[in-house]
Write a protein that binds this ligand. Structure first.
Ligand code: SF4
Ligand code: SF4
Length: 353
């Protein structure tokens, strides 16, 4: 591991955040609100909550992929149509204090929205966003980042990483964008010492060892694809209510719908979050629905994340093990358990990964 970083007190990194705010950057960070930890725009560094409270209630993906956003504005003038693109928001934003699983989740959104033909509004926001994540000091019961290739101090998707120490932090630089965000500050900070890095390694290893859920190897994907027609999916998916909570709280879910909101003369074409759990997600205008039952929709969610996506993205799962869907599913559906059960059911014992 390259050890480039500074040893900061709590006061020092908050001073740096204050300077970012004074420089006109938008700062988005976890804030305690009525016992919930939520990502909010902050006006002062002291609003940010980075104590050992685990992850925020839902992921920060809405700051790159909004819940709802206008794609274009239309006006009809007789047989003519005027189209206007909404003005792009070019303000610089800094996401501070997201956990490594959330940063990794945002990198999955990059895989989806920054393909050869980039999604313009996502690409624009991403260009103006710097990500400062926060390593975990403890694992929550639902966490399973290590089971899907992540780590409580993982670096994927982050530009800078705050690593907790008993009496302060190491701010680790990961990308040129991260380096740019601390330019001018490095001269007044102390470089982290070898013993500081060693202590953060010990912490990482202790948190990793506390995660109980077993690793899901990339081979599970093949086994899962084989499970497509297995009757087990009926019983696994029957409990699903189709509420869509799992998709909305997930840092890597990217389903959306596009609707025109307006009247016969003018309106706005909007993109809004959607979920493959909803019955109307795949409903055709003809009335045909290729995923007509809740089990078939639940199977799609799991196979997309653990079989189809890894197949197209060098084995990376489209799940980063944040565990929010386990924590918040109203009927207690556990995606890690589902993958293990379905993959095992579809493979003879001697071939199980
Ligand atoms: S949160 Fe649970 S019940 Fe709701 S759609 Fe997801 S799996 Fe189904
Ligand atoms: S599928 Fe569940 S555990 Fe995996 S990243 Fe999404 S919300 Fe987190």
């Amino acid at each position: 591991m390259e050890r480039e970083g500074w040893r900061l007190s709590d006061k020092e990194w908050r001073e740096w955040v204050e300077a970012l705010l004074r420089a006109g950057k938008l700062v988005i960070a976890p804030v305690k609100e009525n016992d919930l930890l939520l990502f909010r725009h902050v006006l002062m560094a002291d609003e940010i909550s980075v104590s050992d409270q685990g992850k925020a209630q839902w992921s920060p993906k809405e700051f790159l992929f909004p819940r709802s956003e206008p794609l274009l504005i239309y006006r009809l003038r007789g047989a003519e149509v005027d189209l206007e693109e909404p003005k792009a928001d070019e303000r610089e934003q800094v996401l501070v204090g997201l956990r490594p699983c959330d940063a990794a989740g945002l990198s999955r959104l990059d895989d989806i929205f920054l393909l050869e033909e980039q999604d313009p509004s996502y690409a624009q926001r991403k260009k103006h966003t710097t990500i400062v994540s926060l390593a975990c000091d403890r694992a929550e019961p639902e966490c399973f980042c290590t089971a899907v290739g992540g780590s409580p101090a993982g670096t994927q998707g982050s530009d800078l990483l705050l690593l907790p120490l008993d009496d302060g932090w190491i701010l680790r630089v990961l990308t040129p964008k991260g380096k740019e965000l601390v330019a001018g500050w490095a001269a007044r900070w102390r470089p982290a010492l070898a013993e500081d890095w060693d202590r953060t390694e010990e912490r990482r290893s202790a948190v990793e060892n506390s995660i109980q859920l077993s690793p899901l190897s990339a081979q599970w994907g093949t086994a899962l694809e084989k499970s497509f027609g297995h009757p087990l999916w009926e019983s696994l998916g029957q409990r699903c209510l189709g509420c869509g909570i799992c998709a909305y709280v997930c840092p890597s879910c990217s389903c959306f719908d596009i609707n025109d909101e307006g009247n016969s003369f003018c309106g706005t074409r909007c993109r809004s979050w959607d979920s493959c759990a909803f019955a109307r997600f795949t409903l055709h205008a003809s009335g045909h629905n290729p995923r007509p039952t809740q089990p078939s929709r639940y199977r799609q969610r799991v196979l997309h994340k653990f079989a189809y996506f890894p197949d197209q993205h060098e084995g990376r799962f489209m799940c980063v093990g944040c565990g929010r869907c386990l924590r918040l599913c109203p009927v207690g559906i556990d995606i890690h358990h589902t993958v293990e059960r379905a993959a095992s059911a579809a493979s003879p014992e001697e071939e199980r990964p």
